[in-house]
Design a protein around this ligand. Structure first.
Ligand code: NI
Length: 174
């Protein structure tokens, strides 16, 4: 029976600093259960993305779930996409700073420089290899979630501690 308890791994949990394992059998019950749980938990936690290590599953799976909600009022509306074993093929030289938060690091937001465009290859839930170019906020979500698969978190990318603010203040300024 699938455990739908969405306990999110918080900063300090060793799993957030590990390199996630490659998925070998997409159709295995274990992987299918993890994907179902991730889709459920990203909604319940009001995230715009989620990576498997955040629910204590060290696999290369991430979800982009962009839609406006209370945590991200300006997020564009997009269908949920599950990306398995994602790889970065290409990225724009140009970076842009933008606000990020993370379910694993509650209470703060920070300005993070990210590539504006990023070309990605991944396996979809139906087992097809896809190549996609993500732009702007979606490229930002991808880069944030991809970091979770290689043991990084967004505050590692912050240029200056002055770019980190409390979430309470963030909601006052946006
Ligand atoms: Ni995160």
């Amino acid at each position: 029976m699938l455990n739908k308890n969405c306990t999110i791994a918080k900063l300090g949990e060793p799993i957030l600093r590990e390199k996630a394992k490659k998925v070998k059998e997409i159709n295995s019950p274990e992987i299918q259960d993890i994907i179902t749980k991730m889709l459920h938990c990203v909604k319940q936690s009001k995230g715009v993305g989620l990576a498997a290590p955040q629910i204590f599953e060290s696999y290369q799976i991430l979800i982009i779930s962009s839609h406006p909600n209370e945590r991200y009022p300006n997020a564009p509306l997009l269908k949920d996409e599950v990306l398995i074993n994602p790889k970065i093929i290409n990225k724009s030289k140009e970076k842009e700073k933008g606000w990020e938060g993370c379910l694993s690091i509650p209470g703060i937001r920070a300005l993070v420089p990210r590539h504006i465009n990023i070309e990605v290859e991944y396996t979809s839930v139906d087992g097809n290899i896809k190549q996609v170019i993500f732009e702007d906020f979606i490229a930002r979500i991808f880069q944030h979630e991809f970091d979770h698969l290689v043991g990084k978190v967004y505050i590692d990318r912050v240029e200056d501690n002055i770019d980190i603010i409390s979430e309470e203040l963030y909601f006052k300024i946006i």
